[in-house]
Design a protein around this ligand. Structure first.
Ligand code: TNX
Length: 527
């Protein structure tokens, strides 16, 4: 009897019941509109994918869908223009990210007026199948999904995450893996925090020491690393295939110790090679030369913030910044360049304003819109530039009052490096402990005093990596919270419900299990 019971429980465990209506589907982010039908569509051996319409990558989208369904089903799923059971219909070529998904008992139609919309429709479709669809080798299942119709579009056009590759360096493969996970959640911007006190992570050919010196370490004294421009291009194009735009950040004028260690001339002040400035007699030293060439800073591997600053009053600093922004902009097809601007505690206020205004001009000269941490709103913002709210509502308000928008990343809700609770092995807690329910229950349009929906540019969840050293650590801090933030960015607040999210995230956990993702098993969820 025991043996029979064990066998039965194994069976229950291994074949998850197919869902009986579309409303039971566990899709994250929750689609805006779901109408259940009364039948079922079954994906069978003979199924094929039909492309309707034309665009640069329509067939790539067909292949993408096939590649999601082939491994677990073992079906061939040919992709072409002949009549097929699954139709991908591209009806236009605009910026919309909306899609509709019609499931009838004999066919499925995913249609959209943009490739991105089709991509999201595909992501939703795949998640209607039993979770076993995630397997990379064949499983016996009945691949049935309920009929009905989904119409869906995002609430915010900018749905992002940030990865801090400066405090700890992560190889290209880890970034690609992160991109895959983001794409499943319909996130569309990956902000790479490429520079900080502890490391410079992007090759700048005109200033090679940035990587040969500044890239050689990280928090805790590890060996660091950097992306060559070829690596960066590879990340950009991999992201683009997932309808994700890269936003590069060069944090300045603070958070620049790695750059200051690489080149003496961009350091503030005059540091004499040996000896004491005060005891030098006038006429014995060439102040001009010294002023151009103060000593470089020491490399830094701790986790304090706010101690470094570029020289804001030197021509050479702006030449440096011009070169950096030019080189990175040339290999960045996206419209945004993040200029940092946070925690510049050792830059005089007036110098900070002068600096940030000048850097915005340089960014604009290279055709990019600037994004910066909320402190940049204390300067005059160029039209269209964006302040990223993380701490100070009064800064968000300053941006709004200038007619600029705010990207919402409140540290108390959206910071993925915050510990879940006091027992978390990784993370910091200066802003808050953020359990999954806390990460889920807030509204970007109603969070910072004085900021309303029309002021909100979008939502972004940053992962700072002072305490994070590898892919598995990243996954532990990011999941499940990134799913919560993705839903906040995609699904209108009026449609979101914590109890329903709890149900859906538990199913998502099963998908993560199959994919080997090291997510945090929050006690708030019945996994
Ligand atoms: C504050 S948030 C920072 C980062 C740290 C982070 C740690 C912001 C704009 N600056 O430099 O990594 O806290 O949580």
């Amino acid at each position: 009897i025991l043996g029979v019971l064990a066998l039965m429980s194994m069976l229950v465990f291994s074949c998850q019941e197919p869902i009986h209506s579309l409303e039971e589907a566990a899709i994250i982010p929750l689609p805006t509109n779901i109408q259940s039908g009364s039948g079922a569509f079954e994906l069978t051996q003979s199924a094929s994918i039909q492309l309707v319409g034309s665009s640069q990558n329509l067939s790539g989208l067909g292949d993408f869908l096939a590649s999601k369904l082939r491994p677990a089903t073992g079906y061939e799923l040919p992709v072409g223009t002949e009549e097929g059971d699954i139709q991908l219909v591209l009806t236009g070529n605009d910026n919309s990210e909306s899609y509709s998904l019609d499931i009838e008992s004999s066919s499925v139609k995913i249609s959209a007026s943009s490739e991105a919309g089709l991509f999201y429709g595909i992501q939703t479709f795949v998640k209607l199948f039993p979770v076993a669809i995630e397997n990379t080798s064949m499983v016996q299942e009945s691949w049935r999904i309920p009929t009905g119709k989904i119409e869906d579009k995002p609430d915010y056009a900018y749905r992002g995450s940030m990865l801090d590759v400066a405090r700890h360096f992560f190889p290209v493969a880890d970034v690609k893996h992160y991109i895959d996970q983001m794409a499943e959640l319909k996130l569309n911007y990956l902000h790479l925090h490429l520079t900080d006190d502890q490391g410079w992570r992007i090759e700048i050919t005109s200033w090679p020491n940035l990587t040969t010196i500044g890239g050689k370490t990280e928090v805790g004294g590890g060996e660091g690393g950097y992306y060559t421009q070829e690596d960066y291009k590879e990340i950009v194009s991999y992201a683009a295939k997932n309808y994700i735009t890269i936003v590069p950040e060069v944090d300045m004028p603070g958070h620049t110790n790695a750059a200051l260690a690489s080149y003496g001339e961009i350091n503030p002040g005059v540091n004499l090679p040996d000896g004491d400035f005060a005891t030098m007699k006038e006429g014995t030293i060439d102040f001009d030369i010294l002023d151009k060439n103060p000593q470089a800073a020491e490399l830094y591997t701790g986790i304090e913030v706010g101690f470094s600053t570029l020289a804001t009053d030197k021509e050479i600093t702006y030449q440096f910044i011009d070169d950096v922004i030019r080189e990175i902009s040339e290999i960045t097809p996206g419209p945004y360049f993040h200029i940092g601007g946070d925690e510049s505690h050792v830059t005089e206020k007036g110098d900070y304003i002068y600096f940030v205004e000048k850097v915005q001009e340089i960014t604009a000269k290279y055709g990019k819109t600037s994004i910066g941490w909320d402190e940049i709103a204390t300067t005059k913002l160029l039209k269209g530039n964006v302040a990223q709210f993380w701490a100070l509502a009064e800064n968000a308000k300053l941006a709004k009052d200038q007619g600029n928008q705010v990207l919402m990343s409140p540290a108390k809700k959206a910071y993925l490096d915050m510990q879940y609770d006091s027992t978390s092995r990784l993370g910091l807690h200066w802003a808050a402990y953020i359990e999954l329910d806390s990460a889920y229950m807030w509204d970007p349009a109603n969070y910072a005093d004085g900021i309303t929906k029309s002021d909100v540019f979008g939502v972004e969840a940053p992962l700072w990596t002072e305490t994070i050293t590898d892919r598995s650590d990243i996954e532990y801090m990011v999941f499940p919270r990134l799913a919560a933030i993705a839903e906040i960015a995609w699904t209108p607040t009026s449609k979101r419900e914590w109890s329903d999210f709890q149900r859906r995230i538990a199913v998502q956990g099963k998908r993560w299990d199959i994919n080997g993702i090291n997510y945090y098993k929050s006690p708030k969820v019945n996994w």
